[in-house]
Design a binder for this molecule. Structure first.
Ligand code: ADP
Ligand code: MG
Length: 256
């Protein structure tokens, strides 16, 4: 399992942003490869074809924006790329390993270590502080306590919440809650960050700041991010934009 062979939390790989994270199979290889993804939902007599043969690759350190109107298949695609859902047919490879063929247990491990999600609704645990929320993924992989504390502090600083560590979610603004969720998603140094309309519940100004933060953390952490969004700031700062239309993917001209 090459996916787990990464420096652990607190390992301070630092400066890894230059050429992107080491991708196991050497530079130039895509970190994510999806081929001919189809997802059908049976619905009474008819079948809804939410994805109609999607091919998509992402390179290490890339920030990819996925746009598309409501119902075009963005959530379905992200869920399949992250192993939350399985395609009806087609394959997903992360760092050369096919996750679409994995058992549930293996997928749980992938979601703990290699792939992280950010949702529109933040998804923080209300009774835990910001720091404790960020610490959850580190506890799930049984990271040792000292490394955990250091990594939590580092992440809260990274998202600009160094002074809010003890606040609970209800004591934070929506934008601050999403910052905590971003910090939590990065805790175990995932290879891939999947964000499903992460600014959908925020006012536009706060949303823009979150998009710029995502741009920054992709650079500093060397993660590959795929962000479903309509936010014009993300469409400005993304390395690449694709658009889903009715379950089919179209390339926009590269802005990089
Ligand atoms: P988006 O995130 O772009 O709004 P979705 O991926 O949520 O799009 O949905 C794509 C299509 O699949 C829509 O037609 C939606 O109604 C359908 N769909 C999504 N989830 C389900 C489901 N669990 N059961 C049936 N149909 C679904
Ligand atoms: Mg959606």
């Amino acid at each position: 399992m090459t996916l787990a062979d990464r420096s652990g939390p607190g390992g301070g790989s630092g400066g890894g942003s230059g050429g992107g994270p080491s991708a196991g199979r050497g530079p130039g290889h895509p970190i994510l490869e999806a081929s001919d993804l189809v997802r059908e939902y049976p619905s009474g007599d008819v079948t809804i074809r939410a994805l109609r043969g999607i091919d998509l690759t992402a390179s290490p350190g890339q920030l990819l924006a996925v746009r598309g109107r409501s119902g075009s298949g963005k959530t379905t695609l992200l869920n399949i790329l992250g192993g939350l859902d399985r395609p009806t047919s087609g394959r997903v490879l992360i760092d050369g390993v096919e996750i679409s063929a994995m058992s549930e247990d293996q997928l749980v491990d992938i979601r703990r270590r290699s792939v992280a999600f950010i949702f529109q609704s933040f998804g923080l645990v209300p009774i835990l502080s910001a720091a404790e929320n960020v610490e959850i993924p580190l506890r799930l992989v049984r990271a040792e306590a000292r490394g955990r504390d250091a990594r939590v502090r580092e992440l809260l600083e990274l998202v600009g919440l160094g002074g809010r560590a003890r606040h609970r979610p209800h004591e934070l603004s929506g934008g601050e809650q999403q910052r905590v969720a971003i910090a939590r998603a990065l805790a175990n140094r995932p290879r891939i960050l999947l964000a499903d309309e992460p600014t959908g519940q925020l006012d536009s100004e706060t949303g823009h700041l979150i998009m710029l933060l995502l741009r920054d953390v992709v650079r500093t952490e060397g993660v590959t991010a795929i962000v479903a969004t309509h936010d014009p700031v993300m469409l400005d700062v993304a390395d690449r934009i694709v658009e889903l239309r009715d379950g089919e993917l179209f390339e926009h001209s590269s802005l990089a």
